[in-house]
Write a protein that binds this ligand. Structure first.
Ligand code: SF4
Length: 474
């Protein structure tokens, strides 16, 4: 048993990060353990978690399990959790209630918890004391060890908890079962060293550690060869890519090399404004297959709150960067994240945030009320607002954000844009996909166009999506 430790998770040492490419093994006794059996995975949270679930699926299939989308049919149920917000706790434990019910009628069902919540001491303490029937708990650093964790639990019939709060290494050659045949997530780095005062990620995901360029390029080249049209380079703060490697190679070099593979579309998330430099902007301008879409978290428009958040930029610096991106990158769409009601936020501070939204007129924004995460510095700061005031600020912010999201979509009406048709739409007879600027479009089209980048004439605008018809195939 290995338990998480918040104290250990805060440590950032100077040791070089190791690239380990031979640590994924399936013990012989586990290779056929899932024959005729099914797994079900419930994934919460960000794209990083979605991609981790793609790894977990492949590992379970290497043990001969097959996937079911119906939890009632599953022999093994995995909850891949997110710790970014306080209500994640209720969501996970609520879901566990349903799993317990199934386990009561079939005790052979195996239940596993992983992801960011599994890295939290308080959560694991609760699982250990009140949820002894949960069979396995593993963290974000040792997904590739799942076959051994499962083996241990099955053989010894006890709750197996294997969570490490180490700074972390980089593990290569972990299998992946991708959810899409057309677009793929590609991790370029893990962890984060920024320690924004409200954020739990540096504790749950460990020290920043970049994959080697050659491993990333090889992965993208293979995806391109396999017919993939789009890759999204993933990391908590991708702009800091390479800073932990002892080579002269940055995010701008990586973007260039990924673009040169020839893959149709290259995206990247998430960017911290602090690390967004001119060289990166020039590279985005130079390669037409790097998409003109940037997610640039603002978080707050008040310099005082930004300082308390530990964000390392001012309102003015953010707006300067925003304007530079807009003026240099042709037709660039920019979305953002905003937190309202951060501890001590005054009405004036909130108005500063509204001011930035009115200045930048974002294409869209993910907006949140501040959520206290135990162990982070912001959790100890004064909570000065009532629930009513917090909700009112979120409501007022959303009104403004929605207005600009709608206006930004209006510009597309009757225009022809390129869309990668990636799936069936909820609308009968329609497929769905995204423009280069990450606008969701439902397109009236035959399923034979799935996986293709097509020209679409936009015929109807809504706040969060658009409708269109095929113009001509590219
Ligand atoms: S840069 Fe992002 S992931 Fe890192 S601490 Fe700040 S908010 Fe969290």
């Amino acid at each position: 048993m290995n338990l998480p430790s918040l104290k250990q998770a805060k440590i950032r040492g100077k040791e070089d990060i190791k690239i380990i490419d031979n640590d994924y093994v399936i013990p012989n006794s586990m290779k056929l353990i899932g024959k005729g059996k099914h797994y079900f995975i419930k994934t919460y949270g960000c794209q990083m978690n979605v991609h981790d679930s793609e790894n977990i699926k492949a590992i379970l299939e290497d043990m001969s399990y097959s996937e079911t989308l119906n939890m009632e049919d599953a022999d093994i149920i995995i909850l891949n959790t997110c710790a970014i917000r306080e209500n994640a706790h209720n969501k996970m434990f609520g879901f566990l209630g349903r799993v317990k019910h199934l386990k009561e009628s079939n005790p052979n069902i195996i239940c596993g918890i992983c992801g960011c919540m599994a890295q939290e001491e308080v959560i694991v303490d609760e699982l250990k004391s009140k949820y002894k029937w949960v069979d396995i708990v593993f963290g974000t650093h040792n997904i590739h060890k799942l076959p051994f964790i499962l083996k241990e639990s099955m053989e010894n019939k006890h709750q197996e908890i294997e969570v490490y709060s180490i700074e972390g290494d980089v593990y290569e050659n972990i299998p992946v079962k991708r959810d899409s045949k057309y677009k793929a997530w590609v991790n370029i780095m893990y962890g984060c060293d920024k320690f924004c005062t409200y954020c739990i990620v540096p504790y749950t995901r460990g020290k920043q550690r970049s994959r080697l360029p050659k491993d990333i390029i090889r992965e993208v080249e293979k995806l391109y060869k396999d017919g993939y049209k789009e890759v999204t380079l993933l990391g908590q703060n991708v702009n800091a890519y390479g800073k932990d490697l002892n080579i002269d190679y940055t995010m701008s070099d990586l973007l260039k090399d990924v673009a040169l593979t020839g893959i149709d579309r290259v995206r990247f998330i998430t960017s911290h404004p602090w690390d967004f430099n001119d060289k990166m902007i020039d590279t985005i301008c130079e390669y037409p297959n790097i998409m003109p879409y940037i997610h640039l978290p603002l978080q707050s428009g008040s310099d005082r709150i930004l300082k308390l958040m530990g964000r390392r930029y001012t309102k003015e610096e953010y707006i300067t960067l925003f304007n530079k991106l807009k003026s240099k990158i042709k037709n660039c769409a920019i979305t953002t994240d905003i937190i309202v009601a951060f501890p001590t936020e005054s009405e004036e501070d909130f108005n500063e945030t509204l001011d930035v939204v009115n200045t930048c007129k974002f294409d869209s924004a993910f907006t949140f009320i501040f959520s206290k995460r135990a162990g982070t510095p912001a959790a100890l700061m004064e909570d000065n607002l009532t629930e009513e005031e917090k909700n009112s600020r979120l409501y007022r912010l959303n009104e403004v954000v929605n207005k600009y999201a709608n206006l930004s979509n209006q510009r597309y009406l009757n225009k022809t844009v390129k869309v990668l048709l990636e799936d069936y739409s909820d609308k009968e007879g329609y497929l769905m996909g995204y423009t280069d600027t990450m606008k969701l479009v439902n397109v009236k089209a035959d399923k034979k166009y799935l996986g293709e980048i097509v020209d679409v004439k936009i015929t109807m605008i809504k706040t969060w999506s658009m409708d269109g018809i095929l113009s001509k195939k590219v």
